[in-house]
Ligand binder design. Sequence first.
Ligand code: NDP
Length: 254
Amino acid sequence: MKAFDLSGRVALVTGGNGGIGLGMAKGMAQAGATVMIAGRNKAKAEAALAALKAAGGKADFIEIDVLKEESCRAAVDATAEKFGKLDILVNNAGTSVRKPPEQLTAADWHLVMDTNVTSAFLCSQAVYPHMRQAGGGKIINIGSMMSIFASSYAAPYGASKGAIVQMARSFAVAWAKDNIQVNCILPGWIDTELTKQAREQVPGLHERVLARTPVARWGLPDDFSGIAVFLASPASDFLTGTAIPVDGGYSVVA
Ligand code: NDP
């Protein structure tokens, strides 16, 4: 179906070397996009590239440290230069520090806020001239259930995930005139490196997630292929400033 065709499009996915980012990269590559995955861990990136290419996708890797402004700007510009354009940006890189508020340090706070939301600000700002010049583009930010709900051990994470949704709304309004749509995905509980530690450290978490999630399973990175294609493609041209839960129904249970 043409509405979901990404042939000729170029996408950059921060943290695309694993987890949810790789799930989204796979979907977009299968829909025809050339996907630049960006991250720090080269070994993970090589495995991710092999998987993308084995599935017939066009993909490449660029190193990025989203904690560094120059690195964000350089990765965006280098991707646009290498492929002649940059149509889709996925701000997916993320981290968490799990402590009660009274134990958090300023460094913990800055690490989470800078990784999860400042990086999205910097990459979005860097991609704007490329998208404007091309006549439009798609920016997809990754929020969380913590964009909606609270947790006693995730104050900076929740703050960053609330902020990324509000930031997306501002960008959506500001850049609608440039035909740039900016939306968020709010994942439920997904089986990745990020949640592995939480499942090991928080007694009963695994069971609580299963009990609350109507589809009765943890999400998988591949569950994000479809939503990424939708939000990256012409199918979503009239959608901007939204935050879409992809959570197996977690957020609608009372
Ligand atoms: P992963 O740990 O698998 O992925 C996180 C990615 O972020 C990694 O690829 C990592 O790359 C990258 N990253 C982190 N810090 C940096 C940095 N300083 N510079 C460059 N890249 C960085 O976890 P997920 O796939 O679960 O997380 C992806 C996104 O989804 C995050 O934004 C997360 O908050 C969000 N999310 C996840 C949920 C879940 O249940 N798993 C639920 C809700 C939201 P590298 O390894 O190279 O450092």
